[in-house]
Write a protein that binds this ligand. Structure first.
Ligand SMILES: *Cc1c(COP(=O)(O)O)cnc(C)c1O
Length: 391
């Protein structure tokens, strides 16, 4: 859909939806500007793969563009086409590379630049040839220790030598990716930095880029010409431990569809997984794993999570309330006894947002903010708050 904050609603009719997502585009823009300040003089790209981490590429890309972002990274060519529609003037790189020689015309048609990860990618882009003005622009990914994508240093040497003779492609960017940047104490960071600094000289005329969100916080040595944050833009903590410096962008809430009074000694949810030690007021929320609220966030009754024993919390009427028993497909129970009789049908309980940090909700489910965001189901009513519009 076109970018128009006034009509910025997607998904179900709000009166008919089980849950609602509020996406604060102002906070997104603020997070971009904060990272831009921290990374300067390096430029800051926006990583908008997986539909901008589930938040909607059609709304996220124009917001970042207005905040000054001119370069975007997607994972797939289809996502690149959506980003192109949202930002006609942007530089758009496709991280997962070229999808075979037959995909090259689509990249050219939509002015997408592949990140060439293999010699086969390089050959196919070379063979595709000139666009009449300049040899095809692209990025080259060199592996610095993660062993996921990228050519080796030797392959980069061979490419640089050959391309200096043929000028068959224009490598605008040389990039690599950090494996442990969220752990500042990891010796892997310095090792990858050193490896990247060495190979960078091989393509000295190209811009270089190493850091994701977490890498930005490792210091200026890691910034080079361009940084590539994703999760920090969307409000996730960019590194482990310490205070999250980013503003929350997403609030997920679910409608309460029943409030019930259960007696001490009874049980609740599948598997009779919550044993009630006291008389308990239960708020039944219209959200479940079919919405991307993970079953592993259950308060009880699922195999033990790593380092997590208690399950998730919701937030209602100023108080944190524990999740009770198993999360089911469409419904989740919360123990709202502590609220007295304040919980009512039609109230919305916060699953994560300003009061339950997204990283806390993710940890409670044994996962990370990235997975929580990219799993957000299609059943939520989505409401976008414009960058210049008060909440
Ligand atoms: C996903 C990705 C990023 C963004 O990572 P965040 O941790 O979300 O900031 C940057 N670079 C590459 C190569 C990626 O795959």
């Amino acid at each position: 859909m076109p970018f128009s904050p006034d009509s910025a609603h997607q998904g179900a009719d709000p009166r008919l939806a089980g849950g609602r997502l509020t996406i604060d585009l102002g906070a997104l823009a603020e997070n971009y500007r904060m990272l831009a300040q921290r990374a300067a003089p390096a430029r800051v790209a926006g990583v908008v793969k997986a539909n901008a981490y589930g938040l909607g590429i059609a709304m996220v890309v124009p917001t970042l563009w207005q905040a000054g972002c001119r370069t975007f990274f997607v994972a797939l060519p289809e996502e690149g086409i959506a980003a192109r529609r949202a930002a006609p003037g942007a530089d758009i790189f496709v991280l997962n590379g070229l999808f075979g020689p037959e995909s090259a015309p689509a990249y050219a048609q939509h002015r997408l630049m592949p990140v060439l990860n293999t010699q086969a990618d390089i050959s196919a882009w070379e063979a595709f040839g000139w666009d009449g003005k300049a040899p095809r622009p692209c990025a080259i990914h060199v592996d610095s220790g993660m062993n996921r994508l990228g050519v080796t240093a030797e392959e980069l040497h061979a490419f640089a030598h050959e391309n200096s003779l043929t000028q068959a492609v224009t490598p605008l960017l040389l990039m690599s990716h950090l494996a442990c940047a969220d752990d500042a104490a990891s010796p892997m960071n310095a090792r990858q930095l050193e490896s990247f600094q060495k190979v960078r000289r091989i393509l000295a005329d190209s811009d270089s880029s190493l850091s994701n969100s977490a890498g930005i916080f490792l210091g200026p040595d890691y910034h080079f010409d361009l940084v590539r944050p994703g999760i920090a833009l969307y409000g996730g903590a960019p590194y482990n431990g310490g205070r999250n410096p980013m503003k929350p962008v997403v609030t997920a809430e679910a409608r309460i569809v029943q409030v019930r009074h259960a007696r001490a000694g009874e049980t609740a949810s599948y598997g009779a997984s919550a044993a009630l030690a006291r008389d308990t007021v239960i708020a039944v929320a219209s959200v479940g794993y079919a919405d991307g609220y993970p079953r592993s966030a259950s308060g009880a009754g699922v195999p033990l999570r790593y380092a997590v024993t208690n399950g998730a919390h919701g937030f209602l009427h100023g108080k944190r309330v524990p999740l009770l028993g198993r999360v089911t497909m469409d419904l989740t129970l919360f123990d709202v006894t502590g609220l007295g009789d304040a919980a009512n049908v039609g109230d919305h309980i916060e699953l994560f947002g300003p009061n339950i940090p997204i990283d806390e909700a993710a940890t409670a489910a044994g996962t990370i903010s990235y997975e929580l965001l990219t799993s957000l189901g299609k059943r939520y009513y989505r409401h976008y708050v414009a960058a210049d519009q008060p909440q």
